[in-house]
Design a protein around this ligand. Structure first.
Ligand SMILES: [Zn+2]
Length: 197
């Protein structure tokens, strides 16, 4: 059930934040944007979210300047703005909380500092260099709780390989790569061999 609306009149900053990101699906969409999902169809296939709900949530996130809509009219792409990227600590903390309390087989994803490979602790610090790691320096990879059987969509398959946050996932072989992060993505091109589960 969607939450009742009406936080806008609250003076509490948490309530105002929840007005933007507190509805069901919204943080999962933002999380996927960190993973590099950009296109409507890819959000749908990875989240199994109803299209009408996704359309509504994307519209709200764009209106709130959390996402920006780029690409073409017929092939829009949604990217996090700086305001959206600032939500990373929220996403990360909620993920760590879920890993601790609701992941009996262990974390589904592991987070490492891409610069030195150090694991990132629950507070977001690299255990090797002690720095607070910004999302564009974080590399994710499957953890012990990851189940390839459940990740059969193109996003899930792409994320079976290590991937740096905020870099677009290369999901369509025919896609014209006119976006940022092209060089690193090109370097990771072999992971697109989808046949190997
Ligand atoms: Zn480090």
């Amino acid at each position: 059930m969607p939450m009742n609306r009406g936080y806008a009149d609250q003076h509490c900053s948490l309530a105002r934040s929840l007005e933007v990101v507190g509805e069901r699906w919204t943080l999962l969409i933002v999380r996927d944007a960190f993973y590099g999902v950009r296109r409507f169809a890819d959000f749908v296939s990875h989240l199994s979210i109803p299209r009408a709900v996704l359309s509504d949530r994307l519209g709200r996130l764009v209106a709130a300047c959390v996402l920006t809509r780029a690409g073409t009219e017929s092939r829009p792409e949604y990217e996090l703005t700086d305001k959206g990227v600032a939500l990373w600590p929220l996403i990360y903390s909620a993920t760590m909380w879920g890993d601790e309390h609701y992941a009996p087989r262990g974390p589904r994803r592991l987070f490492r500092h891409a610069e030195d490979g150090g694991p990132i602790d629950k507070l977001g610090r690299c255990e090797t260099c002690s720095e607070l790691v910004p999302p564009d320096q974080i590399e994710i990879s499957p953890g012990p709780g990851h189940s390839p059987k459940l990740d059969k969509d193109s996003v899930g398959i792409a994320l079976r390989e290590p991937h740096r946050l905020l870099e677009p996932l290369d999901l369509s072989p025919s896609r014209n790569t006119a976006t940022t992060g092209q060089s690193r993505r090109a370097a990771k091109a072999p992971r697109r061999a989808r046949a190997a589960p």
